[in-house]
Design a protein around this ligand. Structure first.
Ligand code: CMP
Length: 138
């Protein structure tokens, strides 16, 4: 079925000038852009968005990385969006990511891995609503 996922182009990829290339790859892979904006997460935003990781040793590093500069947030629509987007971005660690995936091409490291992709339909809806109001979705 057609459904939606949520993504962020993370601060390292924005800093390295990859916004255009990543959006082009997303579009060329058949995803329709439902919502799109450049924004910057506050500390509270990042602590809330990544609350599931708050016991992890890398939580502080993750929050400072995700707040250090702007991101591009987007809601994407396609058949089988969540799973197909995770295939397109590749493994969390770019060293393990398949050739041609967004993380293989553009990620810096395990901790600075260029893009986010929701891990379920439920989280896609929660994460999309975290960043966008209904009036920003088309
Ligand atoms: P993602 O899987 O999108 O969401 C959790 C993020 O935490 C992950 O991307 C990385 O950016 C970061 N992360 C995951 N594992 C580690 C780790 N071992 N050390 C530092 N950062 C990590």
């Amino acid at each position: 079925a057609t459904n939606r996922t949520f993504t962020m182009i993370k601060p390292d990829a924005v800093e390295n000038g990859h916004i255009g290339a990543i959006l082009e790859k997303i579009s060329a892979s058949g995803f329709r852009i439902v919502a799109l904006k450049k924004t910057q997460m506050t500390q509270v935003d990042a602590e809330t968005f990544y609350a599931i990781h708050n016991e992890r040793p890398f939580f502080g590093e993750l929050v400072s990385y995700m707040t250090r500069g702007p991101i591009v947030a987007a809601i994407l629509e396609k058949e089988n969006a969540v799973a197909d987007f995770r295939t397109l971005i590749g493994a969390t660690n770019p060293e393990d990511a398949a050739e041609g995936t967004i993380r293989k091409l553009y990620a810096t490291s395990l901790s600075e891995n260029a893009v986010h992709g929701s891990d379920s339909d439920e989280n896609a809806a929660i994460e999309g609503a975290f960043h966008f109001s209904g009036r920003e979705m088309f």
